[in-house]
Write a new protein. Structure first.
Length: 135
């Protein structure tokens, strides 16, 4: 298992053509790779969550472009996609009183690499626990 601290930026976007394109373009211009993305649309606005692996904080870039954002640390966890892997991971976190508030990810197919992105109540503590438990 490979585990890292990543940053998630949550932004409010208008529900119009090109809004997501403009937002993503900011990351490209700064040469920042997006490792995860999720969104929800409600009527005329939406919320987009973008996860990145960068050491520097980039919220100022988004603010300067007119976006209201919230930055949160999250875990980027690479697992083998097989039955029980996600169960083991969530069980260890639950047993150690770590709350999972957001989860998204993808896989390339059974027994191939997958990446899970988690917002948790304490990212540093969760990472230490998962490394200690060798999940």
């Amino acid at each position: 298992m490979n585990i890292k601290i990543a940053r998630q930026y949550t932004a409010f976007l208008p529900n119009i053509p090109g809004a997501l394109n403009k937002f993503i373009d900011l990351f490209t211009k700064e040469n920042i790779n997006i490792i995860g993305i999720a969104s929800e649309i409600k009527d005329d606005s939406g919320i987009v969550k973008i996860a990145v692996e960068v050491d520097k904080k980039i919220s100022y870039i988004l603010t300067n472009a007119g976006f209201t954002t919230v930055e949160t640390p999250m875990l980027a966890i690479d697992l083998t996609d097989k039955p029980g892997e996600l169960l083991a991971l969530t069980k260890v976190l639950a047993q150690n009183n770590i709350n999972i508030t957001t989860v998204y990810g993808s896989t390339l197919g059974i027994n191939k690499p997958s990446r899970i992105l988690l917002n948790v109540s304490d990212a540093t503590k969760a990472m230490d626990i998962l490394k200690r438990e060798n999940i």
